[in-house]
Design a protein around this ligand. Structure first.
Ligand code: AHR
Length: 505
């Protein structure tokens, strides 16, 4: 049987994992907002029209922040249309998704929703069709206490207390020709820098993200990063990255190796950041916000083929298979292993649209997709210190990759509780993988490691969950053992695993 070994020591620390690594994203797109989180009249709707069962599922994931209102939607959005008396709000066309937007949910409702979800709101300003002034107006409306035009307007809309929004994205995917108001790096860099400076004058406490590349295959990557940072370096806190992994060739080995491109993307983006830091002789080290990540390929470009101007059409309702969950897991592991530079991340998205949480059109109970589980495990057990582990795994070659390790893993140490959590994916679709790990360095010598709980999500590559049919769910595995300070576990073929080890020291 194939065997992989992880060498690790609690002294070799990479970085503490910030809670913001487990953020998510809700866009005015498809049935994410309407018929997703917001269903007034639904038997489980709260007083504001938000579904309590959906909120429960979101709270289960312990998502610390939710990016809003887009995405591509943000680049043509007028936030003013979504505030004030609901009956006076206009219905507008949304060019990004060729849909109708009723504006019945706007920023005050969404801020209330985030509160109910125990999450912070992360706001994207429109730098597609709008500019510095509108971004400042929005910030004034959200964060100033009162006594000015827009802050008083917020109060008149029933939000007495400022929303105190800390995280702001300066536009969305401005490098993409599909983006409303797409810009060159020079144009965007100047605009982002001026917007950042103006916003900080109004509220110096905000944390700002400039838009990096939409994916590593953009012809402008990584020059986009270098140029944008030339303009913005001292004015922003994060540079964003977006990436969706897909199965473009239909070759399973290739699909399962896709997260290697995420690893490379992060390394290259870091190189661009550090190049600009060196050039500017700056003391500041730029951090990354991976504020859209997921697996997405089956429903891409769907908006081109449906009847336009529908209200909340079922767009991007990707059904996630077991293979998708494994790839998703490798992407999450990659983010953890870059926790020294990736300080925020948003799973795109959260409900109905390329989402872990689903509702059925017009009602029905909430249900969980395969990708729900790796995200949940990461969020629950991944908030510790990532260790610089060395994994020695057998490898394979696929059509586009060589030396793909069967094992993808991240090790998170919880100093306070002395718990070690190993996240592991077995990329082999047909063979189990034995995982060995020497725990002697965790104290207690040969006795180190008292117990191991092994949770695994596995199943046929094409298996999917559906309403009332959640076949893909993590199972508690027997057989993982810590003996004489040595962990041994068997990872099922094509599986996502968490090994939770109570160490001796
Ligand atoms: O998450 C779906 C879309 O993907 C977002 O609107 C956009 O930013 C990205 O291209």
């Amino acid at each position: 049987m194939r065997e992989a070994i992880i060498h690790l020591d609690p002294a070799y620390r990479l970085a503490d994992v910030p809670k913001e690594l487990f953020g998510s994203f809700i866009e005015h797109l498809g049935r994410a907002v309407y018929d997703g989180i917001y269903c007034p009249g639904h038997p489980w709707a709260d007083g504001q029209g938000f579904r309590r069962d959906v909120l429960d599922a979101i709270r289960q994931l312990q998502v610390p922040l939710i990016r809003y209102p887009g995405g591509n939607f943000a680049s043509g959005y007028r936030w003013e249309n979504g505030v004030g008396p609901k009956e006076k709000r206009p219905v507008r066309p949304d060019g990004a998704w060729r849909s109708r937007e009723s504006n019945q949910v706007g920023l005050n409702e969404f801020a209330g929703f985030c509160q109910s979800a125990d999450a912070e709101l992360m706001m994207t300003v429109n730098l597609g069709t709008r500019g510095v002034q509108e971004a400042c107006d929005l910030l004034e409306y959200c964060n100033l206490p009162g006594g000015t035009y827009f802050s008083d307007m917020r109060i008149s809309h029933g939000a007495e207390k400022p929303h105190g929004i800390k995280y702001w994205c300066l536009g969305n995917e401005m490098d993409g020709p599909w983006q409303t108001g797409h810009k060159t790096a020079e144009e965007y860099g100047r605009l982002a820098a001026e917007t950042a400076r103006a916003m900080r004058k109004l509220d110096p406490s905000v944390r700002l993200t400039a838009a990096g590349s939409s994916n590593p295959y953009m012809p402008t990557f990584p020059q986009w990063e270098a140029t944008v940072l030339e303009h913005t370096y001292e004015d922003i806190d994060f540079l964003s990255l977006h990436q969706y992994l897909g199965n473009s060739t239909g070759d399973m080995g290739d699909f399962l190796a896709q997260s290697l491109t995420t690893d490379r993307f992060i390394n290259d983006a870091v190189a661009a950041c550090d190049f600009v830091q060196a050039k500017k002789r700056s003391k500041k080290r730029m951090m990354l916000s991976f504020d859209e990540w997921n697996v997405w390929y089956k429903t891409m470009d769907q908006e081109q083929h449906i009847q336009p101007w529908q209200f909340a059409p079922p767009l991007l309702e990707e059904r996630y298979t077991m293979a998708d969950a494994a790839v998703f897991g490798t992407m999450l592991i990659t983010l953890l292993n870059h926790a020294d530079r990736v300080k925020m991340a948003c799973l795109a998205q959260l409900v109905n649209v390329i989402a872990p949480i689903m509702t059925e059109p017009g009602g029905g109970p909430v249900w969980r997709q395969s990708i729900f589980w790796p995200f949940l495990h990461g969020s629950l057990y991944g908030r510790g210190t990532v260790l610089r582990a060395v994994a020695d795994s057998p490898k394979y070659d696929s059509a586009s990759f060589t030396d793909v390790p069967y094992l993808e893993s991240a090790c998170v140490w919880h100093e306070d509780t002395k718990e070690l959590d190993i996240f592991a994916v077995n990329r082999s679709a047909d063979e189990p993988l034995v995982l060995d790990c020497d725990l002697a360095a965790f104290g207690g010598g040969k006795a180190a490691g008292k117990a191991a709980e092994h949770l695994a999500l596995y199943g046929p590559a094409e298996a999917v969950n559906g309403p009332g049919r959640e076949v893909l769910k993590p199972r508690v595995m027997s057989g993982a053992e810590v003996k004489d300070g040595q962990l041994e576990a068997q990872l099922p073929p094509l599986s996502w695993n968490v090994l939770r080890i109570q160490t001796g020291g």
